[in-house]
Design a protein around this ligand. Structure first.
Ligand code: MN
Length: 240
């Protein structure tokens, strides 16, 4: 196997610059990432460098568990996700050429066109939706774009969640839903339908451009926060 598997890191670095979703001011807000020094070879600890960190379960590249949403409230929390779901095949639906408008929505027809070329969506796989939005990630304001970011249509989210054998969806944006999805008839349809179906979400992925459409395995490693709704995670892609 030596030299035959390439590994790509799909994770956004965590720093105080990491963009975090901004909700309407009347809602609770997730914490941005914060690092606080405990000691660095100094009077607080001559021989040791370490930090405390503060963030939300939903800061940076992170995993959404089914209990994250009301529709999945009776399903599993992040610590209960079966390990076999954390190493799984992935397919990449690359719409980056088509995303010329920040309000672009992935539709069922786009996925069906993908399937005509690459075959059916594999059982137990992640669908990674490449929008090209990771190119905005050097600037938080541009990345968040005042809430105008690409996502998935209501009908497509419902279809993917209920009718296809994927286990979850991964996106490049700050959340799995479109920036304007709070205004949809079914608000936040990816969250609603996926978590209702006990499926997962992954956000703020990078380097999807380096992956082929099929033949990818991803390792998704959220922290097993007991009772947690999600967790920042490392996401690695393996390609033979
Ligand atoms: Mn989330």
């Amino acid at each position: 196997m030596q030299g035959k598997v390439e590994v790509f890191d799909l994770t956004a670095p965590l720093s105080t610059n990491t963009p975090v979703i901004r909700l309407p001011p009347d809602r609770g807000q997730p914490w941005p990432f914060k690092l606080e020094k405990i000691s660095r070879y100094d009077e607080k600890g001559n021989e040791v460098y370490w930090n405390n960190i503060q963030m939300s379960e939903h800061t940076g590249t992170h995993f959404d568990a089914p209990v994250h949403w009301f529709s999945g409230k009776d399903s599993i929390d992040v610590s209960s996700v079966p390990c076999k779901h954390l190493i799984a095949p992935a397919v990449v639906v690359d719409m980056s050429e088509q995303v010329t408008d920040p309000n672009f929505l992935l539709e069922r027809k786009h996925v069906e066109q993908w399937c005509e070329i690459h075959g059916t969506l594999p059982e137990g796989a992640w669908l990674l939706f490449r929008s090209g939005w990771d190119s905005h990630d050097l600037d938080a304001d541009s990345f968040l774009n005042h809430g105008y970011t690409p996502g998935v249509s209501e009908s497509c989210a419902k279809w993917l969640a209920e009718q296809t054998p994927i286990i979850g969806i991964g996106v490049e944006t700050v959340g799995t839903d479109a920036g304007q999805a709070g205004k949809f008839e079914q608000p936040y349809p990816v969250h609603w339908y996926f978590h209702k179906a006990a499926k997962y979400g992954l956000t703020q992925l990078k380097n999807l451009a380096k992956l082929p459409a099929t033949g990818v395995v991803i390792i998704v490693a959220p922290l097993p926060i007991v009772g947690g709704s999600g967790s920042p995670c490392r996401v690695l892609a393996l390609i033979e």
